[in-house]
Write a protein of this length. Structure first.
Lengths: 343, 623, 623, 343
């Protein structure tokens, strides 16, 4: 899907449109990482399409020197589906916010994941409705106060990763806006995946939800709160690199332990297995539990049947009449063996 | 084609001009198959014809109940047939419920053929008859032919390999055999069809053939009243050419395929099942890749229109089809297509509403929604073919308008058009001028996505993959020419006008509106649109024959209206609009031409009868 | 209220009749707060007033850029004020971008007050100025007041507890202080507000108070040009009563609360955020349970209207609110409410379209959608209040109509009405006759869900929980009286007519349409609807003062139209309809009365100016 | 929520409307079980509301002598939400098909489950679109042929139970149309649950999808294919009652074993724990795996925060003016402390 060109720098993927997010918005960091990824992957700008819904996040396509379609609220996945059906040779990226994806748009996300079309889906999760001024988002944690939840929200949020697994996703990952290096790695993995690659990016909204991911982004003690997932490696975290996950087979749950305590050594720890859906499920629920870290990285990555990629050529280049006598074919269709002649 | 049943030459056949036959029975009785096969043989006999199917809303309502009755009507004759016929001449009622539901449409003196084996107390009760109608005076005004149809079939068909239940299932073929005989027809097309359909299922195949023969032979050999009911309908003087029987669903789909081909585009057909639009999805799915169709069953109507928009954005032809409730769901996304100016073909097979309404019945009540059913000012093109045949060219026209003007086009059909069939003269594809999309946008200078062709006001169709044309589009108002987001007040006004003028300009690029029948001016014009063509046309002919001066104008271009329509209408003192809704075209024309119009609404879920229109016209003509 | 700044009595105040002031700056500059506080003090000074806010579409566009400019305009005077003013008299431009964006609206000779500390090369570049407009001839036609506003604020406010950045933030209070002085106002309402708002945050509180005082004092004590800009606007002759400043959002929400109370119902307000409707959700959420409101933020617009329908079905008042794109999504479910005949109030705060369009701008382009934007024939009630004050009674009326006629009612407001404010005479609630829902349906015989009140044609509101009234409803066509599913053709026709007649009948139960201003017949009537009231009214007054004979008719009942409207319109030779859309009311009236109408569309996202309407009228009057 | 009345028989819950499903449709059996349940629970008919979408399944409410609302396709959950908000004292049941729930309506299902309103949701899964004549349903297994998937469907279906768990459901169960006794038990459990109780009922559509659940319903060898879940009991199935599930802690998966082989005894088997979300997840995926049984019963049942039940009275009985001076309150609201007098 990629072709070699004179390598473009990240800045070459910037459009001439002024970027209009609030100062300090996490979207800037994501934009930077995406431009770097496009450059690293040496993608031809005219082969790339960014498709978004509506929201602050969804303004993203305007800022890239690629094809872009800023559609309507919640429908980016559906429109991208049509684009993919018509021209699978394109490099398709969906950009969507938490409200866009998981409130109004969740039905399309479900079916996109199930159909497993070949594209990347970046879900910017700031746990709020940025563009419409801070109403309660479906991903906002219990107790969140907002103009529509004055006394704190009263329901468990949607957990993107769990939702995606329940929907049958083939690739589920998570990263953080300001964790540039990590994010670059995940974006590349997502692009390499065959099928729909869902990446949840935790994104700070300094205006309506400032600092909700502070625990994960502050230099000092974020290692105590983040678990970086690496396929095949034991799951370890902590400033002192001494916390780990083990399986409690009796209660069928994962539990946190400290290496060196109670005779626990590194070999006792669970190793991450990207191909194990049960592990992915357990990890996707971790962040809800007291004392547990928030996993980032690739939760799950397997090959699943994809909605068949038709052998479409680039519609701009095709001449359907070249290959066969279409008129003839249609004549046969209209006749259908049921015709009679009046003479 | 002349009759050649030599040995029965002594039986006298009455030559009649036309006949309306309705087959009716339980939805499990195979009535639709019966009807379709009879239709095929009628066409081959050289008659012109029109048919209509009437299904119950339930997949399978309780057997024997009134709600489970399925019917197939055919009107055929030796002249041009444009309606399904006001009143039935012959009714095949396979059970008491079928009799009960359909009797009121039978003309006085009409013939009823019943299966007397089905008039048991239990069946009568299910149909809601307290007294057996064969025994009281219910049928006094009609001619009745009682046949032990079930028993005759079972007797003929039953073998060791065929159970009684299976044998009885062949009743429809027995009835078909009888009908073929009555109208002096060949059996061969039917036997060919049976052989193909049941190939490999020897016993079933045999049973069907046997039943058909038995029905045919029954009339042929018995003397039981048969000679009272033998007809011959001479061939209609039909234009020469290659013909076939088609439904509107078929012609519409084929028109889309042909239109896409003429445009050198693949078609991405995106839909979500809904009656009566589902059949288009089935048909196009069946055609599939060999016909450059990419069919897509979406998760809902919103996704289906969005996928079609995505397909058009990517450079192929996005098409979506639905019915009223689904169309309502699509309206937000259609606004996006209008705003971004992407080509899109939308087919709305109208049905009875509001809400879920009467899903299997016909209605024309989505005209308002098609023209005005979106937020803000969103002009687009609306077309309404008049007949199954017209659906073919309308679909091609829709494709051409969509890509020429970079606009969504809504095609309004309805439950009647979708399921009705008629004899269609197959057009010569080679004679249609192709309109391939010009992809040489590479040469346009400057390559601006919202620059405009001065003649059509269309913007260029620049698609992902094109080098040097990279741009972004979206639903926020965009700057003229560049397409960049713009909140500038004047620009918004200008862009709104451009979108308006682009569509308004089409009024002068479509054919002038002509008078279908009758003089170009006068006292009364009946104006119709879409599927009401047949009954209006016949009504106007009848009245003309009665020496009334009256004209028929039939609209195909609903929006924009043809440039000359206002002037044309002003040549008539009265305008009468019969519609299967509460007066939606009447509203449109009043608003467009500020002139009084007499609306004649009919909202029963059923097509107009010729006589209803005649009566309405007479009220004005005799004032 | 007279001025009492004794020590400045020697400064001469010019007494003026009215003034239009616009405060403009970056969206981070606190312009809206400044505007609102100035408005409050203006109201207390006894002037009549109207205000308008103009936001950027981005939450926070780049600081200093043209796209990030936020503005607040107030028109106040000693007479009835019904528009926000065509041209600005005084412009506060807090940065170069604010100057650039707003200058064209300033009248010749108008006063500009700028913060010269912000006219740095960098700021000028961000605003898109190549040359400093203070240095070339850009401002030649205006009066300019250059103030080192930032520095003055910082100097006044900076303490050890307040950083320079924080200090500079108080610029808006400094400017407010200046403005209050200029117009001879008391500071007390503002200082009270500051004390309340920043209670607990001592340093910020002090900073704001100090800045306000500093701005006030600056004009008071310096001689720098100040006496050139001192005004006094006498009180307007206002009807006695209790007044307060209100926006349309507020009055509308309070009207809903009051309406529900008068009906003895709780209100379930179901919505999904969308500009400019979100503020209603916030406001009603804030009121909550104590006001018998059950607020519900749904997952999308479809869910929100469905939840409202569910609430009405269960017996409380379901209300939903949205804007154009969201309304489109609701249309399928609104059909269900029409079909099942459930009460439902739907508020559509219109904004610029199509599609996402111009979300923060105003437009009146959803009239088509409101009346005609659903599949099949789905008549319902549409109302359009003319002003923030009128929103209150319109909301009450909507509730009453919905429950009296068992029908959805759509209330069309718009971005302008939602955000504009005016001085509102608080109505006496006790004087409004309650219309409690009659729940004594227990006594109805027979208890049929689709039986009808002969007068209103409404069906009874039978709700789950009632004993002896158990029934089922749904979207399939239903039998007259019983409500059971019915596919009967005649019944469908009958039910369609009943739904139609029920709504049509409302035309004779609403007040007769009256002429707002001017004679009852004549050459020209300007007909408006909704928020265009102000500019039309002032234009007609001006023309009348110039001795033209002209009338103003303003529609509030959009569907059904008042029974006498046709006759009324026929008394005028010309009808001119200015609308913030491409001519939607014009289409409606042409279709209803088959008469010619001159449409004057304006689609810039901005309200009409008085002068635009005057000019359009003159073209007809002077023909 | 239930009151005692003169006990009504199942037939007393039948409306006078003729039942109009095809002969042999699984919906008949479900109707029977529901009427029996209403009778067993002694629910007052006028307090019950059945709310459905569109589809064969959704005709259900017409056949019950309770309040009923046959709404629009995919929106039953949204309408029921409004009913619950307005009058939580009602006994609310949602009826919906697989297409209705998981194609067009999945967004509402997600948020209903997340909000956990107090009602029962019966999802009739016949793996087809009955009413519109047999198109591919989102729950149809891979390879399903239909008018819209002529060569067999090419994507993994949505698995209702997994979807529901991913959506944060508090109660997830499965039963089978003809398994009357089992179904009655599940319906009662669902009704007793506080919060949204999702019950997937596998339902035969003899017209378009005949026999897809044959393995689970035929008398002879269905025990080899069904695993009945019972909280606290070891998971055993099979005609000979000798098959069981064990945990493979290394691969983090459940595996089938035969009691008596390889030294396996009943005590080695996993016991079902309704409160364990990881177990529920694993069980919900079982039916996709070769050689694994289809679990029926309660997969998961926990208490979660519910969208607060307002203390609404029956709207038909309430007089809001009785309790307080509403006029006074509104006057205060309109004044708001910002008013001034012009005199
Ligand atoms: C149909 C429709 N409904 C509602 C809106 C209003 N709206 C725009 S963006 C948005 C939500 C934004 O939240 P999210 O998706 O999380 O994006 P963010 O702004 O936080 O990046 C809403 C409700 C709309 N534009 N269209
Ligand atoms: C908006 C809308 N779209 C489509 C339809 C057509 N439709 C009716 S039922 C149905 C699906 C039925 O399948 P399911 O929900 O599985 O119910 P079943 O008939 O199998 O019980 C569809 C697509 C409709 N009525 N409304
Ligand atoms: S509102 Fe929040 S998410 Fe939106 S641009 Fe501003 S900081 Fe970013
Ligand atoms: S089509 Fe299938 S699901 Fe529908 S009623 Fe018939 S058997 Fe039942
Ligand atoms: Mg967000
Ligand atoms: Mg189904």
């Amino acid at each position: 899907m990629t072709i070699n060109i004179n390598k473009l720098e990240p800045k070459d993927y910037a459009s001439n449109q002024e970027v209009r997010w609030c100062p300090g918005c996490g979207d800037y960091a994501i934009l930077k990482a995406v431009k770097k990824t496009l450059s690293d992957l040496e993608l031809a700008p005219e082969k790339i399409v960014f498709i978004s819904g509506i929201g602050c996040a969804s303004r993203f396509p305007y800022y890239l020197q690629t094809y872009g379609f800023h559609t309507i609220h919640g429908r980016a996945a559906a429109i991208a589906t049509g684009v993919t059906l018509a021209n699978p040779a394109l490099d398709i990226w969906i950009i969507s916010g938490d409200g866009d994806s998981l409130s109004i748009g969740s039905n399309h996300l479900l079916h996109l994941l199930r159909r497993n079309l070949n594209l990347v889906y970046l879900l910017f999760n700031n746990e709020t409705y940025g563009l419409t001024k801070g109403q309660l988002s479906p991903t906002a944690r219990l107790g969140t106060r907002s103009p529509t939840s004055l006394h704190g929200s009263e329901n468990e949020p949607v957990h993107s990763a769990r939702y995606a697994l329940g929907a049958g996703a083939s690739f589920v990952a998570r990263s953080v806006d300001v964790a540039q290096k990590h994010l670059l790695g995940i974006l590349r993995r997502a692009h390499d995946h065959k099928g729909t690659a869902l990446v949840e990016i935790l994104q700070n909204c300094p205006i309506f939800n400032d600092g909700i991911f502070h625990e994960l982004t502050n230099k000092k003690n974020s290692p105590d709160h983040i678990l970086e997932l690496h396929h095949g490696n034991p799951m370890i975290w902590g400033v002192n690199h001494d916390k780990g996950l083990v399986l409690d087979p009796v209660n069928l749950s994962v539990e946190a332990v400290t290496i060196g305590c109670d005779g626990i050594s590194e070999t006792d720890l669970l190793c991450h297995d990207e191909k194990n859906e049960n592990m992915a499920w357990m990890l996707a629920g971790l962040n809800r539990r007291q004392g547990m870290p928030t996993p980032v990285g690739v939760f799950y990555a397997v090959n699943k049947p994809m909605l068949p990629q038709l052998k479409n050529e680039d519609p701009g280049k095709e001449d359907l009449h070249q290959t066969e006598n279409l008129n003839q074919k249609i004549k046969k269709l209209l006749d259908g063996g049921h015709a009679w002649t009046v003479s | 084609m002349a009759s050649n049943h030599d040995k029965n030459l002594f039986q006298k056949r009455e030559t009649i001009d036309a006949a309306v036959v309705r087959f009716a029975g339980d939805s499990g009785d195979g009535i639709q198959i019966l009807g379709k096969q009879f239709t095929q043989s009628t066409a081959l006999a050289g008659n012109d014809l029109a048919t209509f199917q009437d299904f119950p809303a339930e997949i399978r309502a309780p057997a024997g109940s009134a709600s489970g009755v399925s019917a197939f009507q055919i009107n055929f004759g030796s002249h041009k047939t444009q309606t399904i016929g006001d009143n039935i001449d012959i009714l095949f009622a396979m059970n008491p419920a079928a009799l009960k539901v359909n009797l009121s449409d039978l003309r006085d003196g009409g013939l009823i053929i019943i299966d007397e084996n089905c008039f048991t107390t239990r069946d009568l009760a299910k149909a809601g008859y307290d007294v057996n109608p064969l025994d009281d005076h219910t049928l006094d005004h009609y001619r009745l032919m009682r046949l032990p149809l079930s028993n005759l079939t079972i007797k003929a068909v039953k073998t060791e390999h065929i159970s009684i239940r299976e044998a009885r299932h062949a009743r429809n073929m027995w009835a078909l055999g009888l009908a073929l005989w009555m109208f002096d027809r060949e059996k061969t097309t039917v036997t060919d069809w049976i052989r193909k359909k049941f190939a490999g299922k020897t016993h079933i195949l045999e049973a069907n053939l046997t039943a058909l023969d038995a029905g045919f032979a029954y009339a042929d050999v018995t003397e039981y009243n048969a000679n009272r009911h033998l007809y011959h309908v001479p061939e209609a003087p039909i234009e020469t050419g290659l013909y076939r029987n088609v439904t509107g669903t078929e012609t519409l789909c084929w028109g889309l395929v042909t239109g896409a081909m003429l445009a050198n585009l693949k078609m991405v057909y995106c839909s979500y099942p809904i009656t009566p639009a589902s059949d288009m999805l089935h048909l196009l799915t069946g055609l599939g890749e060999p016909y450059n169709i990419i069919p897509f069953q979406a998760e809902d109507e919103i996704a289906s229109v969005c996928a079609a928009i995505g397909a058009s954005y990517a450079g192929h032809l996005g098409v979506t089809g639905s019915s009223g409730p689904g169309m309502a769901l699509k309206s937000e996304a259609i606004s996006l297509a209008v705003a971004t100016e992407l080509p899109l073909v939308i087919i709305n097979a109208q049905r009875g509403g509001p809400s879920t309404g009467l899903p299997t019945k016909t209605e024309q009540a989505d005209l308002y929604q098609a023209i005005w059913g979106r937020s803000a000012d969103t002009p687009l093109v609306v077309l309404a073919p008049r007949s199954p045949s017209a659906c073919f060219s309308a679909a091609i026209e829709a494709v051409e308008l969509a890509i020429t003007f970079m606009t969504p086009v809504i095609l309004l059909t309805d439950g009647y058009l979708s399921n009705a069939s008629e004899a269609w003269k197959i057009p010569d594809i080679d004679a249609i001028t192709p309109f391939p999309v010009k992809r040489n946008a590479e040469s346009l200078t400057p390559p601006l996505p919202y620059s405009r062709d001065p003649e059509t006001l269309a913007r260029p169709w620049l698609i992902p993959g094109m080098k040097g044309k990279i741009h972004r589009i979206g639903g926020l108002e965009r700057q003229n020419q560049t397409g960049n987001v713009s909140y500038d007040p004047q620009n918004h006004h200008e862009m709104t006008l451009l979108r308006h003028n682009k569509i308004a300009g089409i009024a002068n690029r479509i054919p002038r509106q002509k008078v279908e029948y009758g003089p170009d001016k006068g006292l009364l014009a009946i104006v119709g649109w879409g599927s009401t063509f047949g009954p209006i046309h016949q009504a106007v002919r009848q009245l003309t024959e009665q020496e009334y001066i009256i004209s028929h104008i039939h609209l195909h271009h609903i929006w924009p209206l043809p440039g000359n329509l206002g002037t044309l209408l002003s040549c008539f003192e009265f305008i009468l609009i019969p519609e299967m809704n509460m007066g939606q075209l009447a509203t449109l024309l009043r608003s467009a031409y500020s002139r009084p119009i007499i609306s004649y609404p009919k909202v029963t879920g059923q097509p107009f009868k010729i006589s209803e229109i005649v009566d309405a016209a007479l009220k004005i003509l005799e004032k």
